[in-house]
Write a protein that binds this ligand. Sequence first.
Ligand code: G
Ligand code: G
Ligand code: MN
Ligand code: NA
Length: 253
Amino acid sequence: LQLQHDLRSALDRHELELYYQPKIDGYSSQITGVEALVRWHHPTRGLMMPGVFIPIAERFGLIGALGGWVLDEACRQLQIWQNQGLRMRVSVNLTPQQLQQDDLMDRIHRAVTRHKIDRRLLTLEITESVFMQNKDAALRVLTRLAQDGITLSLDDFGTEYSSYAVLSEMPVHQLKIDRHFVMKLGTSLKAEAIVDGIIHMAHALNLRVVAEGVETEEQRDTLVRLACDELQGYLFAKPMPADRLTLWAMGDD
Ligand code: G
Ligand code: G
Ligand code: MN
Ligand code: NA
């Protein structure tokens, strides 16, 4: 596979870039943070999305290096934003395989200390599938991360198995309502009932709730009415390069 070969050199050739998508406070409409989403500027194929190359990285043993770069780059950019007086947090996505890697803690520690980041500003987004293979191992890693002061977010919530077991046993701080529920708000009363239920349950467990995939004002209004804490989606902004995000956050875009 040619792509596998290309991906090996992509890091050295600086072909990867992080895009950032803002998260908005439901009440104040202020930016609270950004989610880092990796992109690959392939020399001949153009812009490639993580849905395509993350699975390749995992299959060919490149995910450790790629994930390490993402963590370092996200922390480097966060430090720049802190210095510019932009108060926000940054979220980084991790696959189940990344969570199982022995050097994950090292990579996080290195990125955080190198760029002098307050680790409470770093959120890791994981999906419920991390608990499918080795639940005890996942619990150990997440407990250490949480003890380190890192915020843990359950991504794509509601689409996978064992949601309730996970919520009662795992040290997560936040959950992200999957966009498939958000998409149906305004047209499906069932979807609204489910979202309402998720938010109530989350708040009873002291979790913050982020809704992803917010595309319409009706969806936003419904989510705010249901007391959703943070909103993310194309209605506010698409993922964008750091420079554009800076302008956007400063209100010039
Ligand atoms: O825009 P979007 O296509 O960026 O993201 C598609 C998928 O890729 C999402 O599920 C997202 O969580 C994942 N993803 C984006 N960036 C990263 C990353 O840096 N690391 C990992 N592991 N997954 C990522
Ligand atoms: O799986 P994860 O939630 O990490 O992936 C985030 C994905 O959702 C990215 O691919 C991102 O580009 C995409 N995304 C962000 N906002 C919206 C939106 O409002 N609508 C849709 N359809 N996708 C979105
Ligand atoms: Mn995510
Ligand atoms: Na998600």
